[in-house]
Design a protein around this ligand. Structure first.
Ligand code: ATP
Ligand code: MG
Length: 395
């Protein structure tokens, strides 16, 4: 068995533990997990958990708190009958122009992050989306029943349209015409990602809730025409629904934002975290208080601290504890709390990235895509059959 026999020469020995970076503490699932949404268990049907992350940069605190930490928790708490699939969705990443070498690097960095947060490739299927061509096949099939009206109401598409108006106020028609088809239709690919595996639960940050609603509609529209084939998934939100940007705290933290100082990456060291927090946009009001409306920058830092807080204190309680600190002292406190909370994930990430000379990550991705394809094949056999597209010699 691929993962059972190989041993990384320098990350560490794993005679007892096959994955040396596998978390031995409960840190990765502490704090936030206590307050995160539990899976709805009234159904006796086996759960299938699916989620994805774009390889558009090193994942940041928002990805970690809003999604990845929850992925690891679900894995660690899942019953043996639960299947878990986590995809690095590289086909989504190319909806904006990407340099090929950088994309390759980001894919590996994202995979290393998934292992560093505690995902175990023997338990969870971890794979690159483009290695499973059934994603794009199902996308096309869903495109033939999905409605354009719903797609054009997607917030992310509307914000791109609004941006094109701003960029080219004089000629917004041609600016809109230059927007790419992939940007418009990627929610159909996202629906295919999920429906391909019969996912029952999809853990995501709040920004993806609308796309999940669209995926459920895609399943309905397909099933109405062809019969009950596709499973409608439930959205699972973490309590850290939306971590905000350090530079523009009314916008969410994003990998693709140009300013690196807007986000804390999971591999940032204490000094870099300190610099980013020192430069974070706050305000000149005296003292510390939690008021997302009027003090979005300070409130964002308090919220992040509360997601990590070992004592489970809320942002309001932390504000109370810090109320008489100066902004400089408060930022130093936030730096210490965040840096210490990320330390074990950061160390595991660095060990994996610095010592991957045995193509460890490639092996994990290959094994994961083989497993994912076997699963995808089952759904596609049923889909092709009801449409009349079954392949000669196959079920
Ligand atoms: P990009 O800017 O390229 O879209 P991203 O930072 O939005 O990158 P994604 O790969 O799109 O990251 O999303 C991966 C997961 O992380 C999704 O479940 C998404 O909802 C979640 N997520 C992303 N940003 C945040 C955030 N700021 N707060 C909470 N969850 C987030
Ligand atoms: Mg995103």
């Amino acid at each position: 068995m691929l993962f059972g026999v190989r041993r990384h020469p320098r990350i560490g020995c794993y005679q007892q533990r096959k994955w040396p970076w596998k978390s031995t503490s409960t840190h990765a699932t502490s704090g936030i997990s206590r307050r995160s949404q539990r899976l709805h268990t009234s159904s006796t049907k086996a759960h299938i958990i699916f989620s994805g992350i774009q390889p558009t940069g090193v994942p940041h605190l928002g990805n970690y708190l809003g999604a990845l930490q929850q992925w690891a928790r679900l894995q660690n708490e899942a019953s043996p009958s639960t299947q878990l699939l986590y995809s690095i969705v590289d086909l989504h990443a190319i909806t904006i122009n990407q340099d090929a070498d950088q994309l390759r690097r980001w894919k590996r960095e994202t995979l290393a992050t998934l292992l560093a947060v505690g995902l175990d490739p023997e338990r969870s299927t971890i794979f690159y989306q483009s290695a499973v061509p059934e994603h794009t096949e199902l996308m096309w099939i869903l495109s033939c029943t999905a409605s354009v009206g719903h797609l054009s109401r997607m917030t992310q598409w509307k914000s791109k349209l609004a941006l094109s108006d701003e960029v080219s106020a004089l000629d917004s028609t041609s600016a809109k015409a230059r927007l790419k088809l992939g940007l418009f239709s990627y929610p159909v690919l996202q629906a295919a990602d999920i429906l391909l595996y019969g996912a029952t639960h999809v853990p995501v940050g709040e920004d993806q809730a609308q796309h999940l609603e669209f995926a459920r509609q895609c399943a309905d529209q397909f099933n109405t025409v062809h019969g009950e084939i596709l499973v409608k998934p439930q959205t699972v939100l973490s309590s850290a629904k939306r971590v905000m940007s350090l530079k523009e705290p009314r916008l969410k933290m994003s990998k693709s934002h140009q300013d690196l100082r807007s986000r804390i990456q999971i591999n940032d060291g204490a000094e870099i975290i300190g610099d980013k927090i020192r430069l974070a946009l706050t305000d000149s009001i005296t003292g510390v208080s939690y008021d997302p409306e009027h003090r979005p920058g300070v409130s964002n830092l308090l919220a992040i601290m509360s997601y990590f807080d070992e004592e489970g204190r809320t942002a309001e309680e932390l504000a109370q504890a810090c109320k008489s600190l100066s902004m400089r002292q408060f930022k130093a406190t936030a730096t210490k709390a965040i840096s210490e909370s990320l330390a074990s994930t950061r160390d595991k990430y660095n060990r994996i990235m610095n010592h991957d000379e045995t193509h460890y990550l490639d092996d994990i991705a290959t094994e994961g895509s083989n497993k994912a394809r076997r699963q995808a094949d089952k759904t596609m056999a049923a889909v092709r059959q009801v449409i009349g597209l079954e392949r000669a010699g196959r079920a």
